[in-house]
Design a protein around this ligand. Structure first.
Ligand code: ASP
Ligand code: MG
Length: 185
């Protein structure tokens, strides 16, 4: 029995059909008895759409509020994937970066991860749950939502795999293609 971190990008969760396909893939791992922590991006195009909304208000949006805004895309996909997993008879729980407590510095839009609290994730895995984490985001020590920079869900996936000492971290570019890296290297 191994612990896998799977990261799925925006295209892989870009529609309900794709999200259902991700749920099937995660279920395959669970059915083999493996533990899975999933890190997701927002649906493709969503982060750009959110940035566009902000820019429609002001060319120079407040950095703190920008991160509150752009972090919402991932909150949508983690909830939808958990619903799809539960529909398949699996136990699953979603967490935003702040809920996990992915602690970062306060550099809005380009925050660096400082620490990841793995206690809650480990409790969920021990209870037989798939844990689904929002990529691209964290929280600073004052409780402000932060984001890690464009493409930051990959960073979340690799950092979480290292923090959990996962056996493998799979960065999926789509549901069928798999890149495997060893988080311990
Ligand atoms: N949704 C964010 C972006 O579009 C993060 C990511 O997808 O990795 O940059
Ligand atoms: Mg990417």
């Amino acid at each position: 029995m191994a612990l896998y971190v799977h990261k799925y990008g925006g295209t892989s969760v870009g529609s309900i059909e794709r999200i259902e396909a991700v749920a099937d893939k995660v279920k395959n791992f669970r059915d083999r008895g493996d533990d899975v922590v999933v890190v997701l991006s927002a649906m493709s195009g969503e982060t750009n759409r959110l940035i566009g909304l902000a820019k429609a208000i002001t060319p120079d949006p407040d950095p703190r509020e920008m991160d509150v805004l752009v972090s919402t895309g991932e909150q949508v996909t983690i909830a939808l994937l958990c619903m799809a997993l539960v529909k398949r008879g699996l136990l699953a729980r979603s967490y935003t970066g702040s809920q996990v407590r992915i602690l970062t510095d306060s550099a809005f839009s380009k925050a660096r991860i400082q620490d990841i609290d793995t206690d809650r994730i480990r409790e969920d895995l021990a209870a037989g749950r798939v844990v689904v984490v929002a990529g691209f985001q964290g929280v600073d020590d004052a409780g402000n939502i932060t984001t890690l920079g464009r493409g930051g869900s990959d960073t979340t996936g690799v950092a979480l795999a290292a923090a959990l000492k996962a056996d493998e971290c799979h960065i999926y570019t789509d549901v069928d293609g798999v890149y495997t890296t060893d988080p311990r290297v």
